[in-house]
Write a protein that binds this ligand. Structure first.
Ligand SMILES: [Zn+2]
Length: 318
């Protein structure tokens, strides 16, 4: 049964990439929030990361101004959303005025419904469009692959959608604390957004940039678009610390690393295409160059991402 769910989900997610084949080497990101605890880590005055205690389950965060609080991402279900609210309460009694969803996936959105009614939920316009175009049940199915098909993880989730959107950039004043929301272009998904606190040079990158020792995953988008997006990112903001939606806190070098990696994969795929390689066979044996720094606890996952990226880049040349 799990296999069938996986097959359907993968097809649903990436029909353009894999048609109805299931790549046997692909490991879905392990995002099950069951038992996950979020550690509050103060990064600067009023700037807090909420870090998951398992390698790839979602991180979140919050920014505290003089007047109010902004929360970054709502996590996977109501239980996790409440954990975020509790973490905020331990630091401040100020109201959570804003909640930002950095992309449209359930693990960033499904906790929305436990936040106070007065909290304004913000996302990129493409995130809201996706949420409106796909029913809650359909979105649960899409993300179920990351929890081994265990729909109980989000059985209590009620739909609550953002009510405020942005297209390129939005600035929010929390009271002597400015927070910026940026859209640099498609990356892992069509609507990956980045939150930036300029006074602290700290960014939250959702799924666009994973944590320390990661590579990108061009899940559904064109690799050359992802590359342009990362170049835009590099031109526009210069964070010294990056809190990713998944993985450990990274430093600024990861942006350059992603750009180089995407360049290399695009180049490699062109070579393979010219040589008329049997791409499906090729990727099965492919592994990451030892020059690319990968964290040990996510190595297998990253190897799967790498294969996916190369196959994706190759097929996009057709
Ligand atoms: Zn995510």
């Amino acid at each position: 049964m799990l296999k069938i769910i996986f097959l359907i989900t993968l097809y649903f997610n990436s029909a353009s990439v894999f048609s109805n084949e299931r790549p046997p080497w692909f490991i879905p990101p392990p995002l099950d929030p069951t038992g996950v605890e979020l550690e509050t880590k103060k990064l600067d005055e009023g700037v807090y990361a909420l870090l998951s205690n398992t390698p790839f389950a979602d991180n979140a965060g919050f920014i505290v101004g003089k007047d109010c609080v902004l929360v970054v991402d709502a996590h996977f279900n109501g239980e996790m959303g409440l954990q975020i609210i509790e973490a905020v309460k331990k630091v401040t009694n100020l109201p959570i005025k804003y909640l930002v969803n950095l992309n449209a996936f359930g693990d960033h959105v499904f906790g929305n419904y436990v936040f106070p009614e007065s909290t304004v939920i913000i996302s990129h316009e493409k995130t809201l469009k996706f949420l409106k175009d796909n029913s809650l049940d359909a979105r649960k199915k899409i993300i179920s692959v990351t929890v081994e098909g265990d729909m109980n993880v989000f059985k209590d989730v009620k739909d609550r959608l953002p009510t405020l959107t942005f297209s390129k950039k939005m600035s929010l004043d929390l009271g002597e604390k400015i927070v910026e929301l940026h859209y640099f272009g498609p990356g892992m998904s069509p609507s990956d957004s980045v939150l930036y606190v300029p006074s602290s040079k700290i960014a939250w990158t959702g799924n666009l940039v994973f944590g320390k020792g990661s590579i990108p995953w061009a899940r559904s988008e064109q690799l050359r678009d992802y590359l342009e997006t990362m170049k835009n990112f590099e031109k526009t903001i210069k964070p010294i610390s990056i809190v990713s939606g998944h993985g450990k806190i990274a430093d600024e070098n990861i942006v350059e690393k992603y750009i180089n990696y995407l360049n290399d994969v695009i180049f490699m795929s062109k070579q393979l295409h010219e040589d008329k390689k049997n791409i499906n066979k090729f990727v099965t044996k492919l592994s990451l160059s030892s020059k690319i720094e990968i964290e040990d606890d996510i190595r297998d996952l990253m190897e799967g991402f790498h294969k996916w990226n190369v196959l994706n880049a190759y097929k996009q040349l057709n």
